[in-house]
Design a protein around this ligand. Sequence first.
Ligand SMILES: Nc1ncnc2c1ncn2[C@@H]1O[C@H](COP(=O)(O)OP(=O)(O)OP(=O)(O)O)[C@@H](O)[C@H]1O
Ligand SMILES: [Mg+2]
Length: 405
Amino acid sequence: MKKDYFIAALDIGTTKVSIVVGVPGPNGIDIVGLGIAPNQGLKKGVVVNIEQTTEAICQAREEAELMAGLKISEVWVSVSGSVTKSFDSKGMVAIRDKEIANNDIARVVEAAKAVAVPSDRDVIHVLPREFKVDDQDGILDPIGMSGVRLESSVHIVTAGHTALQNLIKCTERAGLKVAGLVLEQYASALSVLTEDEKQLGVAVVDIGGGTSDIVIISQGSIAYTASIALGGNTITNDIAVGLRTPHTSAEVLKKKYGCAVANLVDAQESIEVEGVGGRRERTVFRQHLCEVIEPRAEEMLQFINAELQKSGLTGLLGSGVVITGGGSQLDGLVELGEFVFDMPVRRAGPSGFGGITDIVKAPQFATGVGLLFYGNKNTKNIKGITKAVAGQWMTKLRDLIDSAF
Ligand SMILES: Nc1ncnc2c1ncn2[C@@H]1O[C@H](COP(=O)(O)OP(=O)(O)OP(=O)(O)O)[C@@H](O)[C@H]1O
Ligand SMILES: [Mg+2]
């Protein structure tokens, strides 16, 4: 396989760091390398230990390079929803030559960006939602249209400055350059959604270890983002306490026998539970394990639902909710989600790529694969720009083409 040109993505998560390597081809991306390392350097999406995170990135990098048979120097990096805040903004400009050109769009998006962002936050995405030409609204691609006034409505995502600096520091200490920073749940949405879902309106919830990150897509663009500080780890902790078992056993029990709806499991089935501090193994009903899981899973979904309601956009979610991320794999979560959200729920992993699909299609790689899709789209566009223009408009165009949908 030709590997002159490849893209690498680095997903720095609360439980694991993963690096995915892809080679773009005529039929999309072929994934040729994957490296995973457990990570203890993050708490709820925020770097709390630079050494441990750097070490995990180095490990994942080595593994991915070995599998792909190449050296990675630059990566697209995910930013957890827990350190980001987003809001809508509007901009307006006069159209220069009566016909809308690329630079009018750059100017109008720039105008929408001219809002006061606190000095301790950095803008990571400016995502155009729709444009208005004179009095006609709802326009997605105004290039070439005639008019005198162009208005834009954009969604701006900002992230805490220190949190970002620490992410960049860990990546650079691991010998990697940051090609770009992408909101985690935005990346996940790119890899798990179908075209219909994006158009009809959908909420994507990436349930990770430390956080559950939400993004609402309406009419093909981002309309709302949020994050809650509950994820798969919270459920594991409850099992460890509730069944008095070590954390590692609680994790295994959750994955093997866990279910978010206790009534769905056989009432007679029993399981062995390891004791703490060398105490004897005990036999408990599987349903008892699920009774520990159910209230916490329901609480997590209630918090997610509260965010969906807060967005005021539930009426636009024609395709319901898509859950992804490692935590979405808990049995019964789709059923419980449909009950809590009162909407159809689908569990999804990343799709739309070739290569080592078997491993990478698992929901915990949604962010990594989405980062590759995002990187591919943005790199290609930037490469297509002539050099002189690129120098002058690079930042603006990067923002524009941010609309990776
Ligand atoms: N089969 C499974 N059943 C239930 N839970 C699972 C399963 N597989 C993985 N998980 C849970 O998924 C979580 C990890 O998910 P993921 O790898 O997406 O998180 P992360 O990206 O490291 O964290 P975050 O996105 O919160 O920073 C863990 O809590 C783990 O227990
Ligand atoms: Mg994650």
